[in-house]
Design a binder for this molecule. Structure first.
Ligand code: ADP
Length: 778
């Protein structure tokens, strides 16, 4: 019973009872027996939806009762606010929650007063680098989804972060929550923790594969779910879940698909099925939910979502507004919504159990793999684990889909009969070690090679490999790299970070990104004069012959960028800087598709004088192609900063609007970092700042002042500018009629913008009606 748990603040068990927790689930009981609420470290490897969150909460509440601070590490930024909401129900016990996401270079001092801090491992790592004082008050750290140490990109950070926290405070309680994996004992050994390893679930789960007209389950039983000729399996299964006779049996379905776009199109199709199952009462309440969805925003996504919700289905992915996501989750939990088509983020996120789970897509595009790659068993099990609502369903059903017998057998092999996967540390990969070795030295966790190796010996990587020969070799390669680039220096045995190294570590850059940026900026300084003369060579001769490999700058003929007046070209140019940051390992470049190689080889030739580095030889094809894909990405950013429309860019580069956003965000961050590095090296920062601001807002330089006003985006700024209102000062004095016309007659908008620009007389009431140009909306 919760009453019997020692160490909790008084009243917690009563509160739990009101939430339906009258007794602990067996894994929770084992955790408490192992000393969870007495500060003992624990690894809990337990299936999805089996009460892991409460294990974490009990540990954190007990820590707070002891006067300590608790830290909850989430695997994804998107989950931080969900956890915050979940933990806020403890506020009545005087527990304060703080969430730390956002910038990687602040020390988050305000967090010191909180009892529970929720953050991603990247954020915690950066807080350690920035010496956040409250780190020392921590008594309990929870690592959610600790099996992600297996993840190539996020794993090493989680591993190193836990290592540092434990080194700082050897008495620290670590509670690591994991999906069921093959080697939870290795994680427990690494963390010196007790282990609760079980496949117990609060509700039985049946797993099967649908093929032809039936589902075959793991216990070899079959259930008929016929699919009419020409029909698809998913709608047939959703209809079948809805068709139960008793109300209790009438169930909901979660459909997992592999992309946002697929989630939306599946939901649109599935609402044809759900709509016929709705009662009048449900229709009415769904209409209300749809109205709330439309209220959140008036985007196309919002409208599509609302239309689906009215019919009883929805989609769910990380691209949705947080309000939209929680409206959908709540409506599904309240059993108003009958079906959600979701990307796997939902499986990792909040508790949305469902009568039936369909894993429709079990493969996902993977760039490293170069095609559609089957999902890990672990990931599929997490999705399937969402099946079955305790207290509502007799059992949960998870179904995979096969179109032929071969696939059916493969699915059984991979996801039903297979042993659980084991997780393996990815720390010894060079980019990971490069980043973390620098940080470990910069923050003083290690002051020599020996200390660094001693620190690394405490990682999961070291406990998993018998010979740490590889770790030593990679460490030496990495230390050598860091010395060569002057991020660290060595004095006898002592290693320390240089000023530059500290900056790189604080900025959370991969040292290789920093080195690339610094090389580029130095190149720009050194070649300034050469570039000028190259540009002032007035030749307008077009590129004729083939591309010259590794051509000397001074020898090539150049055309200036069409918009720039030769005499005013300033180096480095925006394109040069965009290309530079796109060359770093921190930027995810665009691929070269067919025809792109020729196209961007040409661009490279035309704009070579602007590029901040020597073009690799065409014969060095790997480096040359990567140079070109950076150029493609850089040109996309330049187009954006030249006010090319989103539609045109998505078409020209074959990307989605979300991709543009992603590139722009990463570029802004990297250019901001470049600014700081340039400052550190005593170079000019203005051109970098301008290029950054232009790409952030998607405008040419002349609009930078206007877009600084809240409510003025790239389109409005352009229209204002073109009517002669060139900056915020002009907005103070310009005729209201002109302003209103530039803003397409939108009075409220005009008033708000004037107010934001600090104009005192903002009223548009007395301004005459202006013809509203409706051909182009903003
Ligand atoms: P996990 O974190 O393992 O995926 P959750 O913590 O979300 O699972 O738990 C799933 C559901 O079970 C939640 O709704 C939670 O409130 C409920 N729950 C957890 N522990 C108990 C318990 N001891 N008794 C009843 N319900 C519980």
């Amino acid at each position: 019973e919760p009453d019997d748990v020692s160490g909790l603040p008084p009243g917690v068990s009563d509160k739990l009872r009101t939430e339906g927790v009258t007794e602990l689930y067996p894994p929770q009981e084992s955790a408490v027996k192992a000393g969870l609420t007495d500060g003992e470290s624990l690894v809990a490897s337990v299936p999805t939806a089996s009460g892991k969150t409460l294990i974490a909460e009990l540990a954190m509440l007990a820590a707070i009762e002891r006067g300590e601070t608790a830290l909850y590490i989430v695997p994804l930024r998107a989950l931080a606010s969900e956890k915050q909401t979940e933990f806020e129900r403890w506020e009545e016990f005087g527990v304060d929650i703080g969430v730390s996401t956002g910038n990687y270079d602040s020390s988050g001092e305000w967090l010191a007063s909180r009892d529970i801090i929720v953050a991603t491992s990247e954020k915690v790592d950066s807080l350690i680098r920035n010496d956040a004082p409250w780190i020392n008050q921590l008594g309990c750290v929870v690592a959610d989804e600790v099996h992600l140490v297996n993840d190539r990109t996020r794993g090493p950070t989680l591993e190193v972060t836990l290592g540092k926290l434990r080194q700082r405070n050897t008495a620290l309680q670590v509670v690591a929550l994991s999906a069921t994996i093959g080697n939870a004992d290795a994680i427990a050994e690494w963390l010196d923790a007790s282990l609760v390893d079980t496949d117990w679930r609060p509700i039985e789960l049946q797993i099967g594969v649908h093929y032809g007209n039936a589902i075959t389950f793991d216990d070899a039983t079959q259930q008929r779910v016929p699919v009419a000729n020409g029909e698809r399996q998913t709608p047939a299964l959703v209809a079948d879940t809805l068709a139960g006779d008793s109300e209790d049996d009438q169930g909901s379905t979660l459909v997992f698909v592999n992309s946002r776009r697929n989630a939306e199109s599946a939901a649109r199709r599935l609402c044809d099925v759900t709509t016929s199952a709705l009662t009048e009462k449900e229709q009415a309440s769904l209409a209300e939910i749809a109205a709330s969805i439309r209220e959140v925003s008036d985007t196309e996504t919002s409208e599509t979502l609302a239309t689906c919700v009215e019919k009883g289905a929805a989609f769910h992915h990380a691209g949705l507004a947080a309000e939209h996501r929680s409206l959908v989750e709540d409506a599904f939990r309240d059993r108003q919504l009958k079906c959600i088509a979701a990307t796997p983020t939902l499986a990792a996120g909040v508790n949305t159990p469902s009568r039936r789970v369909i894993v429709r897509d079990w493969r996902r595009y993977d760039s490293e793999y170069g095609g559609m790659k089957p999902l890990d068993t672990l990931e599929v099990h997490q999705m399937m684990g969402r099946a079955g609502r305790p207290g509502l369903d007799p059992y949960g059903e998870a179904v995979l889909l096969a179109g032929d017998t071969e696939t059916r057998d493969e699915l059984f092999d991979r996801y039903i009969d297979a042993d659980l996967e084991s997780v393996r540390s990815k720390l010894a990969s060079e980019p990971a070690l490069r980043t973390h070795a620098l940080a470990t030295i910069a923050t003083g966790f290690a002051r020599s090679r020996t200390e660094l190796l001693a620190f690394l010996k405490e990682t999961l990587y070291a406990t998993q490999t018998d010979t740490n020969g590889r770790l030593k070799t990679v460490t030496d390669t990495v230390l050598d790299y860091l010395k060569r680039n002057e991020f660290i220096m060595q004095d006898g045995e002592t290693l320390s970070a240089t000023g530059l190294g500290h900056t790189v570590s604080r900025l959370y850059l991969d040292p290789m990104s920093a080195a690339t940026i610094i090389d580029g900026l130095r190149w720009a300084e050194k070649n300034k004069t050469t570039q000028r003369s190259a540009l002032q060579d007035n030749s307008t001769e077009q590129a004729t012959g083939s591309f010259q490999p590794a051509s000397e700058l001074v020898n090539s003929k150049h055309d200036t960028h069409q918009d720039s007046d030769e005499s005013t070209v300033r180096y480095p140019t925006a394109l040069g800087l965009y290309h530079l940051v796109c060359r770093t390992p921190d930027m995810y470049e665009l691929y070269l598709k067919s025809g792109d190689k020729e196209r961007f080889t040409q661009v490279c030739y035309e704009r070579e004088a602007e590029l901040l580095g020597r073009t690799p030889s065409e014969y060095d094809d790997v480096r040359f192609e990567s140079w070109l894909s950076a150029l493609k990405t850089g040109r996309l950013l330049e187009d954006w900063a030249d006010e090319t429309s989103e539609d045109q860019i998505t078409e020209q580069y074959d990307v989605g609007p979300g991709d543009i956003r992603g590139k722009v965000d990463t570029a802004s961050w990297l250019l901001g970092a470049a600014e700081q590095l340039a400052g550190e090296l005593g170079m000019k920062t203005k051109p970098i700042a301008d290029a950054r601001r232009r790409v952030e807002d998607g405008v040419r330089a002349e609009l930078l002042d206007l877009v600084d006003i809240r409510g003025v985006g790239r389109k409005r700024a352009r229209r204002l500018f073109d009517t002669g209102i060139q900056d915020s000062a002009d907005l103070q004095t310009a005729e209201k009629k002109t302003i209103l016309r530039a803003l397409r007659g939108r009075r409220k908008t005009a008033e708000r913008i004037l107010e934001n620009a600090g104009r005192t007389d903002t009223s548009m009431d007395s301004v005459d009606e202006v013809p509203n140009d409706s051909t182009n909306s903003d």
